[in-house]
Design a protein around this ligand. Sequence first.
Ligand SMILES: NC(=O)c1ccc[n+]([C@@H]2O[C@H](COP(=O)([O-])OP(=O)(O)OC[C@H]3O[C@@H](n4cnc5c(N)ncnc54)[C@H](OP(=O)(O)O)[C@@H]3O)[C@@H](O)[C@H]2O)c1
Length: 311
Amino acid sequence: MTRIGWYGLGSMGLAMATNLQRHLATKNAMNLIYSNRTMARGDPLKTLGATPETSFAKLVGQCGIIFTMVSNDSVLQQLITSAIGSGHSLRDKIFVDCSTVHPETVGLTVSKLREQQASFLAAPVFGGNPIAVDGKLVFAIAGPKKASEVVKPLIQDVMGRKVIDCGEDATKSSLLKIAGNIVTVNMMEAVGEAQVFAERTGLGTGPMEELISEAFGAVAGGYSKRLTTGAYAPPLESRPGFGVSLAIKDANHAFAMAKEHNVELPGLKVAHENMVAAREYAGECLDSSSMYGVLRQKAGMTFWNEKSRKE
Ligand SMILES: NC(=O)c1ccc[n+]([C@@H]2O[C@H](COP(=O)([O-])OP(=O)(O)OC[C@H]3O[C@@H](n4cnc5c(N)ncnc54)[C@H](OP(=O)(O)O)[C@@H]3O)[C@@H](O)[C@H]2O)c1
């Protein structure tokens, strides 16, 4: 039996690893080995029977399938470098990265791991923390077919409700993720604009939220709730649902690729500017929907609403 490892226990990773560990327990399979920069984040996983390992290189040595779910391209690259430099043979190991990274990063990682006779699957996800907790994420997966077939049963109905197979070229799922986030960020901007409009015209955010949820679906409704519950600007030191810097990174990846292919992304540009302005005003501890705070300021209100933090 292959031992499974997990690195990255942030807003998404902890929820995903928890569902995976629960699944392994029901199958009487070997428990997950987990690691994270902040090891204490894994305490709930340990309670479920998973095994902590402070060193990623040692985790890799013990596991045949290694999932990663980290902030960005450079963290993924550091992990792969440490796995390769660990001295453990990586032959026949399968690395599965669920983070949102640039297709170029995926291509580089594929080549580096291929030299070690290991496989790399890019398996980014769609859906936020509550959806990850429910095990209902949408995954896009791409990479060697043999490896995909091994990994899919660990995803389908465990961490995700749907796996979109993007074929054998691992860069394709990462491309789909970047494209999907053009929709996500534009939708957050649209919901933010509508809610500021509703508040300023006296319509009120309640009826607006009801309409958004009913007419535009649960995803748009969820974005509205991030505003009306104040989650766009959560308490300092808490972990935002989808950190503003992560969404800015994703938008920057989209701009870089759009430029290469002569595509304009004017809506994304507006949302990006507002996210950057939000971060300049209120710092890192913001959700990606925090362009709403800037839209509020532009309409003569405070960045904060009655449910958000206040400074
Ligand atoms: N949140 C969402 O709604 C969402 C949805 C889909 C996709 N994504 C993507 O999924 C990925 C993870 O998102 P998330 O929301 O879970 O992010 P997060 O809460 O910020 O967690 C990031 C993870 O990366 C680790 N990390 C950060 N910098 C590191 C470093 N220098 N060295 C080692 N580890 C480091 C963090 O460790 P610590 O715990 O020690 O900080 C944590 O485990 C991102 O690529 C994001 O774009 C997010």
